[in-house]
Design a protein around this ligand. Structure first.
Ligand SMILES: Cc1ncc(COP(=O)(O)O)c(C=O)c1O
Length: 395
């Protein structure tokens, strides 16, 4: 079956976070939004079919996650990521962000240090601050084209006493897909300094040609024992609204600690639609995913070429994975608030300021490109047309 990713679907009518609250977020309904990491595409047919069938049943009482739910995860990890996991390692959760919060509460004490690698998905730092833990920053290095990890600094930070690190792989917002060598080095240092690894791999399936996602826990048994891998079909299959995720926790003690904490919090029910959508996505969604990846690669090329030819002052940091574009706008010579004003008020496109992802996100903007090409073309044209106007007015 050939899927149509060019199709425009009205998302304003369904209270979507991305499209439904533009005045609240950007001050105008005229803004074209590219700020939430979800897709404007319809889901794969088998997913839509099962959800429609389930809805037609008309009864929406409590549900449980079936054997098929867990088996589909085991199979997906084996086939897609070459990682053999056991069914009992899987702990079902309702979203990755809540998971990060209760992992912190379960496995660290107030005042413990947790390390992140900015620029990085902003709920990482929020969850650490909200739980009164101490944040340590291992800033990523940028050579003008791609990001890398500063291992010397990482070791220095670890040597000061770090309980846990939040790894983001593939990385939001830089689009980096960490190599085996990167992961081995991180893992070795975590073993040496007794650091727990919380690896957010929610973007694991969105990886482009020439790159390969490797779950850090699959590298060695020693690393596996100290790792909790956070996954979901949310990004891959555009079902984030079903709030259905899972943790992979091979170590018995870590797993029991997390499970006990979940009990204390009273988390025992699951989204009944998610219970059906996840196994169908993993068992029948691969064909759709292949076509999606091809479409997304074309979008990357489109953005890259457009900017290079028409607005060379803005450069796309070419993503190795994720459908998140990280725009290097430093040559525009604007402050972060001028950048925001330029994109939102002049160009009328809704992007996220890079500053949200850390101090070293300054001068960058984040654009989500999982949408029909016509929307991207419209957004980039708005930026182009406003650029001259903005330069003349000089704010
Ligand atoms: C790295 C990362 N983790 C987690 C999430 C959100 O996960 P959830 O919706 O399951 O809380 C996102 C969403 O953008 C993300 O990019």
């Amino acid at each position: 079956m050939k899927y149509d990713f060019d199709k425009i679907i009205d998302r304003k009518i369904n209270n979507s976070e991305q499209w439904g609250f533009l005045t609240e977020y950007f001050g105008s309904e005229k803004v074209l939004p590219f700020w939430v990491a979800d897709m404007d595409f319809e889901v794969a047919k088998p997913i839509k079919d099962i959800l429609v069938k389930r809805a037609k049943n008309g009864v929406f009482g409590y549900g449980r996650r079936s054997d098929c739910f867990f088996e589909s995860i085991v199979n997906w990890m084996r086939k897609r990521h070459n990682w053999n996991i056991l069914r009992e390692w899987i702990v079902g959760t309702n979203g990755i962000v809540p998971s990060l919060n209760f992992i912190i509460q379960s496995l660290t004490e107030i005042g413990d240090s947790i390390l992140i690698q900015p620029p990085v998905y902003h709920p990482f730092s929020n969850s650490i601050k909200l739980n009164n833990r101490n944040i340590l920053y291992n800033d990523l290095l940028f050579d003008g084209q791609k990001y890398s990890i500063d291992f010397e600094d990482l070791e220095l930070q670890f040597s000061q006493g770090v309980k846990m690190m939040f790894l983001c792989n593939p990385h939001n917002p830089t689009g980096s897909v960490w190599s085996r060598q990167d992961l081995e080095t991180i893992g070795k240092l975590c073993c040496k300094y007794d650091v727990l690894i919380i690896s957010d791999e929610i973007h694991q399936d969105i990886v482009y040609l020439g790159h390969n996602h490797i779950p850090i826990a699959s590298i060695s048994e020693e690393i596996r024992r100290r790792t909790i891998t956070c996954c979901a079909p949310s990004k891959t299959f555009n079902i984030a609204g079903l709030v259905t995720s899972y943790l992979i926790i091979p170590d018995d003690i870590l797993r029991e600690t997390i499970q006990n904490h979940l009990k204390q919090l009273g988390f025992s029910t699951w989204n009944i639609f998610g219970n059906f959508a996840l196994p169908v996505a993993y068992n029948q969604g691969a064909e759709w995913l292949e076509q999606l990846l091809q479409y997304l690669e074309e979008n990357i090329e489109f953005i890259n070429n457009f900017l290079r030819e028409k607005i060379p002052e803005i450069k796309l940091v070419k993503p190795q994975g994720t459908y998140i574009g990280w725009l290097d706008c430093r040559n525009l010579k604007m402050t972060d608030s001028e950048l925001e004003k330029f994109f939102t008020e002049y160009a009328k496109v809704g992007l996220l300021t890079g500053r949200k992802f850390g101090i070293n996100g300054s001068g960058f903007m984040r654009i989500v490109f999982a949408c029909p090409k016509s929307k991207i073309e419209e957004g980039l044209t708005r930026i182009l047309n406003s650029y001259d106007k903005f330069n003349k007015s000089k704010l």
